[in-house]
Structures are given as structure tokens and as C-alpha cells.
Ligand binder design. Structure first.
Ligand code: ZN
Ligand code: ZN
Length: 380
């Protein structure tokens, strides 16, 4: 089924040691004495270590003026050393159950730390423990610094996202096997979830099956509603591959001939999404890309029914920078990966969304989801 495996070669390419050097430099440039990074996408990005997010502290410490080191519970040291982090020449220190890991890190930081930054998803209890261990230092968020490193994907990362896109495409191509009148959204979603794993993901991140009036609720997940002939159905699905990269794609299906007006709405949406996808190129700003689709939808009279931003960045997290949203003057640059997912939702009636992941290239954009975007009409 074309599962994605992590070979040593692409693991190296996905976790090059230079990221720690770049993080150190970025911290110094931002006036930070150290970055403190707990389990999550930032840690995995910087070291390749997918640590367990548990109550014991696991923390990558990146001082601006000294070598980085990784502090882990002693019982997890073998797992950390076996991960790509073990190949980075990084000191990995284990602490015993009775040690105070926070005090240990505070002692090991260069003297006179006045500002440290924590990853944006660090648990509050860990941040507070660091503040107590470093009472003279100011704590802030490392998000801006780490985002600038992560927002432009390397060719190896784009290749990993391409494989994730192909995996979720394989699932959309099979939706007709499961989506039919008489079944509930939940039953269909269960089959789709199994297929997401079979297609080459290690986790199912979300499965939205919004049928009939539920298709008008963008973040509807699933319910026990029984699908009926004539229903439009929004199917928005994604997972994470073994390499740690996410997929996310939406297609709208009709189970039999859809109700009056739906095909017209869908044609407008398809025109907006296609025009936006074709508008991707370096220098275009996030808000301009949002407007390209919103203007088309507004001109057709559906403006008030496009109630969310155009898209979100994607990589090791399924929602990350850059957000494709009004008010963001961030310019697209080669290597940025994000969704283009306009939708039109008529409350309590029906709705539709089309979503592809796109990558900004040197010349324009590349779509990573390649299933057809025409309305898929299944037997009703
Ligand atoms: Zn989605
Ligand atoms: Zn999305």
C-alpha cells in the first residue's frame, strides 16, 4: 500500500545537525540567552527526537553562547539516544527520579541568563518551574524564533509532505467504497480512519464527515446522522506519516444528485480554489492569496458564507505558520507549505469545501494533492 518508512538516508536529510546551529544563532539574534524546548514538533524538528509528552521533564536547552544539550529522564535516555538526536553530537543527560531537573538546567546555563524563551506549547507547570529555577530571568515565547526556522521547508521536507499528500489522496480515491445512503457519518468515518493508516500514516489526526446540513458546519466531525440520497458530504481528512509530516485534504461528494443550487455553489467554489492555487508564487502575501478566492466568492453573492480563513501552514504540525488569512502581510517564499481550502456554507442547508496542500516554489506553486476537484457524484 505504499507505506512511508524512515530510511537512514532520508532521516539524515530530515534532521540535519545544522538546525541546532541555526537555532542557536537565531536565539542570539533575538536577544535570548537560551531556548528551552519541551516535547512536541519543535523538539522533533530540531533533533528528530519524538519524545513522550509526560509529567517528567524532557527539555532541549539551546544556549546562545554555549553548546546545546538535551535533558531527559534517565529511563528515557536509551530512547533519546536511539532517535536521530543520538547522531547529532548532542550531549544527552539523564536525571534520576529524585533529581530536580529544573535546578540542574538552571545550574548548567551560562551565568547571568536574563531572558530565556520556551516553546509555545510547553506545559504551564513546566514554564512555572523554570521561572522558579531562574528567578532573575524573564521568560518569553520561542515561537517567533522557531517559526522562522520551520516555515520554509527543505527539499527533503517537501518530499516528505509530498508523500503524505499522496497517502491521503489514496484514501480520497476510495471514499466511494464507504459513502452511501443508509450508513451513518460515524460508520463511514471509521472505515476512512482505517484506510488512513493503511495508506501510509501512523496516526489519524482527524476525520470530518459532514453530510446534508452538517456539511454547512466547517468543523463538524462526525455524528450518528444517517446519510440520505441527495446529500452533499464534506470529507476532510488527515494523518501523520512515520516521517512526522502531516496530510490534510478535503473533497466534497454528493451521494446521488445534489439539491437545487448546490452545483452552482460548487462551481463558484471550484473557480475560487483553482484561481487561488494558481496564484501561489513567491512575493504574494498571505492576505492577497486569501483575497484572490474571497473576491470570487463575494462577487458570486456568497461572501458572507465563506466564514473562515483560506488556509494554514502544514509540516510537522497540521496547523502552523504561515496562516493564509486577511491581515497577514507575510510574503510567500519558496518552501512554504500551506492549505488552500475555501468553503461556502449555507447555514442548516448545505456547504462545500475544497482543500489541497500547496508548496510555494521558486517559480510558482506545486499542489501536493492530486485527486480531481470536480464534484464527485456517487451512486445515491
Ligand atoms: Zn482539512
Ligand atoms: Zn486544513
Amino acid at each position: 500500500m505504499g507505506g512511508v518508512t524512515v530510511t537512514e538516508q532520508n532521516a539524515d536529510a530530515l534532521h540535519p545537525a545544522e538546525r541546532l546551529t541555526l537555532a542557536r544563532k537565531a536565539a542570539g539574534d533575538a536577544g535570548l540567552d537560551a531556548l528551552l524546548v519541551s516535547p512536541g514538533a519543535d523538539l522533533r524538528y530540531l533533533t528528530g527526537y519524538q519524545a513522550l509528552p509526560l509529567e517528567r521533564l524532557t527539555c532541549l536547552v539551546v544556549p546562545a553562547e554555549a553548546d546545546p544539550f538535551l535533558v531527559v529522564p534517565a529511563l528515557e535516555r536509551p530512547a533519546a539516544a536511539a532517535s536521530p538526536a543520538g547522531g547529532l553530537g548532542l550531549d544527552i543527560t539523564g536525571f534520576a527520579e529524585t533529581d530536580d531537573a529544573y535546578a540542574m538546567i538552571a545550574r548548567r546555563l551560562p551565568a547571568g541568563v536574563s531572558r530565556f524563551a520556551v516553546d509555545n506549547h510547553m506545559w504551564a507547570e513546566k514554564l512555572l518551574a523554570f521561572q522558579a529555577a531562574l528567578p532573575d530571568a524573564q521568560a518569553c515565547l520561542a515561537g517567533d524564533v522557531l517559526t522562522e526556522l520551520r516555515v520554509r521547508k527543505s527539499p527533503a521536507e517537501v518530499a516528505a509532505l509530498r508523500r503524505a499528500g499522496a497517502a491521503i489522496d489514496r484514501v480520497h480515491r476510495r471514499v466511494g467504497e464507504w459513502l452511501r445512503p443508509g450508513r451513518t457519518e460515524r460508520e463511514v468515518a471509521r472505515d476512512i480512519a482505517d484506510a488512513i493508516i493503511e495508506a501510509g500514516h501512523v496516526t489519524v489526526d482527524f476525520v470530518i464527515v459532514g453530510s446534508g446540513p452538517n456539511s454547512a458546519s466547517p468543523h463538524h466531525e462526525v455524528s450518528d446522522r444517517v446519510i440520505r440520497a441527495g446529500d452533499p458530504v464534506v470529507v476532510d481528512i488527515g494523518g501523520t506519516t512515520a516521517e512526522g509530516y502531516c496530510s490534510d485534504s478535503t473533497r466534497t461528494y454528493a451521494v446521488g444528485e445534489p439539491p437545487a443550487g448546490f452545483r452552482e455553489l460548487y462551481a463558484v467554489l471550484l473557480r475560487a480554489q483553482t484561481t487561488q492555487t494558481e496564484a501561489v508564487r513567491p512575493g504574494v502575501t498571505a492576505e492577497q492569496l486569501d483575497a484572490v478566492g474571497r473576491d470570487i466568492i463575494t462577487a458570486a453573492g456568497y461572501g458572507e458564507h465563506f466564514i473562515h480563513r483560506t488556509g494554514h501552514g502544514i509540516g510537522m504540525e497540521s496547523h502552523e505558520e504561515p496562516y493564509i488569512v486577511a491581515g497577514s502581510s507575510r510574503a510567500l517564499a519558496p518552501g512554504m507549505a500551506f492549505s488552500i481550502e475555501p468553503g461556502i456554507y449555507l447555514p442548516d442547508t448545505y456547504g462545500a469545501r475544497i482543500e489541497d496542500i500547496a508548496v510555494c516554489t521558486d517559480e510558482g506553486g506545486e499542489r501536493l494533492n492530486l485527486t480531481g476537484r470536480d464534484l464527485v457524484v456517487l451512486p445515491g
